[in-house]
Design a protein. Structure first.
Length: 168
């Protein structure tokens, strides 16, 4: 059986599991459940996603927040999320991403792709990329304060495995 057939079987099985859990619980899967169904951790999105839509035939999606969202991660970057985040999701890859930007030095640049490679997530801004351990994204950050909202003076630190470097 071809590798593409195995991928199709795996994605179908993942969607069936999500559908089955939906039938049992009586609730639709959340955007965070959807991320996990495509092998991504839920912490790629901040808390507060109100709803989403997904075209399962193309992988095109939109996730909606109540408003814009931003926070800082010490030793890492400042992030901004627009109220609508969109892209195309497949297992281990989100491409054509729109609505998430990161501050690098004094510039804000859009994150355009996220790829999972084993236990690492590779974030691309087009001409540069950075790699982070997946364990840093198991918990969803909160708008305004990131991951440590109980102590506003303490800011989260997400260690980079490979900083944003040019791919040229």
């Amino acid at each position: 059986m071809a590798a593409s057939s195995w991928v199709l079987i795996w994605v179908t099985a993942a969607l069936l599991v999500l559908s089955h859990s939906t039938l049992i619980s009586g609730e639709e899967p959340t955007a965070y459940d959807l991320l996990q169904g495509y092998n991504f951790p839920p912490g790629l999105l901040p808390k507060g996603v109100t709803h989403y839509d997904l075209d399962t035939s193309t992988g095109k999606f939109h996730a909606f927040l109540d408003g814009t969202c931003s926070f800082s991660l010490e030793g890492s970057y400042k992030l901004k999320y627009k109220s609508t985040i969109s892209g195309t999701i497949t297992t281990n890859r989100i491409k054509d991403l729109k609505g998430i930007s990161v501050q690098i030095l004094f510039l804000w640049v859009n994150i355009v792709e996220v790829v999972r490679d084993g236990d690492e997530l590779l974030f691309s801004v087009g001409i540069a990329s950075a790699s982070f351990g997946i364990e840093n994204f198991e918990i969803c950050p909160q708008c305004g304060c990131g991951l440590n909202c109980h102590d506003k003076q303490q800011v989260s630190r997400i260690p980079m495995r490979r900083p944003f470097v040019s791919s040229i």
